[in-house]
Design a binder for this molecule. Structure first.
Ligand SMILES: Nc1ncnc2c1ncn2[C@@H]1O[C@H](COP(=O)(O)OP(=O)(O)OP(=O)(O)O)[C@@H](O)[C@H]1O
Length: 316
């Protein structure tokens, strides 16, 4: 388990991480979500002892990183996939890492197999595609067979096949009972990958809950209704004090669930042609909660969010 208590990091005038408290449980993929510049990488660096907190603390299984006897056997991390000597082969890179951390050489071939790089193990890592480099980075993180794994933006720049591979691999690691903490600003990806979310904006905690709860809490659920006796139904709903808006040939109702609307329609003799609950998307929830904490808004970001929402709603 990873636990942060009042974690704070200041760089000069910038408060990159601001009194952040959260915990990351084992056996689940926990997404660390926030807009660019929210403080995700800084937080991960502090978990790994690469940066010192200005205040508060973060521990892995109750110990600060520097107090761990055998760090690589406790926690593995992928922060920068291109952190490899370009002229070294994948196998040589992992051997060097294993040797310098007193890990058995036999583990190198095991992790190469796990990430599917056995056939290119003797090729120069400098010639690897981004997807292959990510796999090599994950192999390095797994060398010590740690229970806790951190991945900083692992799918950035990957093609769809690479993205799906990483997503499945994370699920597998969590199913093995490991703690998997993965940062991303890609909302649609987190909706598909993470079971739990820790959402931050401008260094502050915005939410920690399951992905489902996050969407349910942050977005208002509505019900779409269509009826040949729409005026009757509209009056009955208005009388009941709920909010309604017109949409196409029907109404969108907030503040009443579908069962109650069905009962009300029956009481007033209105036939229903549609009664469908509308679920909010992670994008809507994210924009609603982090809207004010995004450092810079651009039209391009808005377009990206709309595209991501489309991806989720079509389930692609
Ligand atoms: N070494 C540093 N010196 C000064 N400021 C820094 C440093 N590292 C990060 N920052 C600032 O701290 C804030 C948080 O940055 P961080 O990289 O942790 O965010 P992030 O959520 O990982 O963003 P991204 O998704 O863009 O990587 C930003 O305003 C950033 O400019």
């Amino acid at each position: 388990m990873i636990e942060a208590v009042g974690l704070t990091k200041r760089y000069g005038k910038t408060l990159a991480v601001d009194d952040l408290s959260f915990n990351v449980q084992s056996g689940r993929v926990t997404g660390f979500l926030g807009p660019n510049g929210a403080g995700k990488s800084t937080t991960m660096r502090m978990v790994l002892g690469l940066d010192n907190p200005t205040g508060g603390s973060v521990t892995i299984d109750g110990r600060r990183y520097r107090e761990l006897h055998d760090p690589l056997r406790t926690v593995g991390a992928l922060l920068d996939a291109k952190w490899v000597h370009p002229n070294r082969s994948a196998r040589a890179h992992l051997r060097w890492l294993a040797k310098s951390n007193k890990l058995p050489d036999s583990r190198v071939d095991e992790v190469l197999e796990l990430v599917g790089l056995t056939s290119v193990a003797n090729k120069r890592a400098g010639g690897f595609s981004l997807g292959m480099s990510q796999r090599l980075g994950i192999a390095a993180a797994l060398l010590g067979d740690p229970q806790v794994l951190l991945f900083d933006e692992p799918v950035n720049g990957l093609d769809p096949e690479g993205i799906v591979w990483i997503r499945k691999f994370m699920h597998r690691l969590a199913d093995e009972g490991r703690t998997v903490f993965v940062s991303s600003h890609l909302l649609s990806e987190m909706a598909l990958t993470a079971q739990e979310l820790i959402v931050i904006g401008r260094g502050k905690l915005i939410a920690q809950c399951s992905t489902e709860e996050f969407v349910a809490q942050a977005t208002e659920s509505t019900v779409k209704v269509r009826s040949p006796q729409l005026p009757v139904l509209r009056n009955a709903l208005l009388h009941a004090g709920v909010r309604i808006s017109d949409e196409g040939e029907g109404l969108v109702v907030s503040g009443m669930d579908s069962a109650e609307i069905g009962e009300l329609a029956a009481q007033h003799g209105a036939t229903l042609h549609e009664l469908s609950p509308q679920r909010g998307s992670l994008e809507e929830a994210f924009m609603q909660l982090t809207g004010e904490s995004v450092e810079y808004h651009t039209d391009l970001e808005q377009t990206a969010v709309a595209e991501a929402a489309e991806l989720i709603s079509t389930g692609k």
